[in-house]
Design a protein around this ligand. Sequence first.
Ligand SMILES: *Cc1c(COP(=O)(O)O)cnc(C)c1O
Length: 410
Amino acid sequence: MNGFSSKAIHGALLKKDVHGALRFPLYDNAAFEVGNSRDLELALEGKKPGHAYSRITNPTVEDFEQRVRLLSNAFGVVAVSSGMAAITETTMALAETGSNIITSPFLFGNTVSLFETTFARWGLEVRHADMTEASSLESVIDGRTRFIFLEVITNPQLQIADVSRIADIAAGHNVPVVLDGTLTTPYLFRSRDAGVAVEIISSTKYMSGGATSIGGVIIDNGIFDWQKTPALFVEAEKVGPGALIMRLCREIHRNVGSCLSPHNAWLQSLGLETLSLRIDKSSANAMAVAHFLKTQKRVLTVNYPGLKSSRYHDIANRQFNGKFSGLLTFELNSKDECFRFMDNLVMIRRATNINDNKSLILHPASTIFVDYPAPQREQMQVNERLLRLSVGIEDLEDIITDIQQGLDKL
Ligand SMILES: *Cc1c(COP(=O)(O)O)cnc(C)c1O
């Protein structure tokens, strides 16, 4: 069983259900009786498989983690309550007060705020580099750099870095790369092969199966020697490659309490089963919509890595398995025109999410970037004319008809 979809559907076959249920059951409960007193002690020490309390481990959550591990060919996976929890826990595990991380200003808004407000208050220094010019890392990396953090496709700029080059430079300094792979998932991008140490994903998006629930995963690809980073040196000497997963499970994840609810894990395991179908369909739809938008007089620019005109087409083509995901942006003539176009739409919904089954549209400048002053927004390449469309898996003809009538009415 080697194919992505077969593995996604059949999972990791952890245990046979007592009733022979073909879908791993939902254990929607808090506590478990492990056996006798000694068994409970061993379970809590992590020395014996078994579940004691769902904040720490849960069978349905474990089934989801093992499916993600199988699909990403990783060493270990910890599922958490949201994408933000995944970034928070990873940062807490790898960095400390007085250390620094290197990232780019082009990040998901809450991630910027987490690093530059929340963690800054705890004494973490955040440095910037241009991830599309990997050599720019050299001048900011130093002995106190704990990791390099980037997003696989930035949103809404749709910048794409050469991840292998960044990982090579980082490896030369014994620094791990942490990648936010939400927009690609292991179906489009094999982060392990590119040298990424840890991939975090907001499973709320593509993985959840259609915006069913909030969740996140931390994927340790198992290719970084944790003895090389001061953050995990002591654990790595003791337990070897399991150092990060051990730090998360036996300390941070347990203590922070941002566990994934078993109910959400169950929904997201179901989402994994159709992940490849949905990414294939939304990628094909997005490609066709991008080509259609290019033919429209009122549309000033179209940005989609699948278009040959995109600066990132070649690297995206090389990295992402020939597909480019469902996210694109385009410009109309003014904010007013953007608003009128959005309000003309009948099927496409106005919402902030991405990678839903439904096509969703948003005006970034007046929503996710509303707190930024205009000059800073321009620096972030978000102007008032820009619209972001997350193309769903509806019938292509209906998506195009809706856009066409929305433009015609302007
Ligand atoms: C949505 C998103 C997040 C945050 O995930 P939540 O599940 O909403 O906490 C992080 N990174 C990217 C790229 C996202 O799209």
